[in-house]
Design a protein. Structure first.
Lengths: 113, 112
C-alpha cells in the first residue's frame, strides 16, 4: 500500500519555464524524506535527503522544501532544460517501520525545447 | 568507495520456472538492503527490505521471497514464476537512514 502520493503524475514544460510538483506523505512518525531523479535506462540518483521541518535544499536549478507537520514536500525546477527530463521520485522513512524506504509513483517531467 | 552489483541485467523465463536475482554491495558494512519492482507505468514498489543478516521484512505477500545470507548480499527468489512477475527489479542500499540510497543497474525480467 502506497502511503506516499506524488502529483501530478506527469507534466510538460517549455524550456526556460520553471515548474514544481508535490510529494505528500503521512505526517505521523516522520523520519526522513528523499528525492530522486530517474532517467530512462539509468538507475535512480539521489537529489536530496531532508529530515527537519522547514528544511530547504538546493542543487543547481533544483530545490526542495519540506513540511513535516502537514506532510508534504515540493520540488522546484527553475529555468527547465531538456536535460531535466526525467521521473522524479520521492521516498520517505518513518520511525515506526524502521528501515522501510517507501517510494511514490513519481512525477514524469518532459521539457521541450 | 562503495559499489553495488546486481545481475543479471535481463532475463527471460518461462512461467513456472524458478528465479534467483542477486545483489551485492562492496565497500561498506551492515547496510540496509532493498528490493523494488517497477511494473509497467508505475513507480517503485517495495518488495523486501533487510536491516541486518537474516532479517527480512516482506511488503508484498506473493510468490517471491528474499534472503540475506551474508552482510552485503541480498537475493530475490521465486520457486515458480507467474506472468505478473514481469517487470524491472532494482536492488538498493543505504548506510544510515539519513543518507541517500544507491541503486543497482536493475534486472529486466520477462516471464513468458
Amino acid at each position: 500500500i502506497l502511503n506516499v502520493e506524488q502529483s501530478p503524475q506527469s507534466l510538460h514544460v517549455q524550456e526556460g519555464d520553471s515548474t514544481n510538483f508535490t510529494c505528500s506523505f503521512p505526517s505521523s512518525n516522520f523520519y526522513a524524506l528523499h528525492w530522486y531523479r530517474w532517467e530512462t535506462a539509468k538507475s535512480p540518483e539521489a537529489l536530496f535527503v531532508m529530515t527537519l521541518n522547514g528544511d530547504e535544499k538546493k542543487k543547481g536549478r533544483i530545490s526542495a522544501t519540506l513540511n513535516t507537520k502537514e506532510g508534504y514536500s515540493y520540488l522546484y525546477i527553475k529555468g527547465s532544460q531538456p536535460e531535466d527530463s526525467a521521473t522524479y521520485l520521492c521516498a520517505f522513512l518513518t520511525t515506526d517501520s524502521w528501515g522501510k524506504l517507501q517510494f511514490g509513483a513519481g512525477t514524469q517531467v518532459v521539457v521541450t525545447p | 568507495s562503495q559499489t553495488i552489483h546486481q545481475w543479471p541485467a535481463t532475463l527471460v523465463q518461462p512461467v513456472g520456472s524458478p528465479l534467483s536475482l542477486e545483489c551485492t554491495v562492496e565497500g561498506t558494512s551492515n547496510p540496509n538492503l532493498y528490493w523494488y519492482r517497477q511494473a509497467a507505468g508505475r513507480g517503485l514498489q517495495l518488495l523486501f527490505y533487510s536491516v541486518g543478516i537474516g532479517q527480512i521484512s516482506s511488503e508484498v505477500p506473493q510468490n517471491l521471497s528474499a534472503s540475506r545470507p551474508q552482510d552485503r548480499q541480498f537475493i530475490l527468489s521465486s520457486k515458480k514464476l507467474l506472468l505478473s512477475d514481469s517487470g524491472f527489479y532494482l536492488c538498493a542500499w543505504i548506510w544510515g537512514l539519513n543518507t541517500e540510497a544507491f541503486f543497482g543497474q536493475g534486472t529486466r525480467l520477462t516471464v513468458v
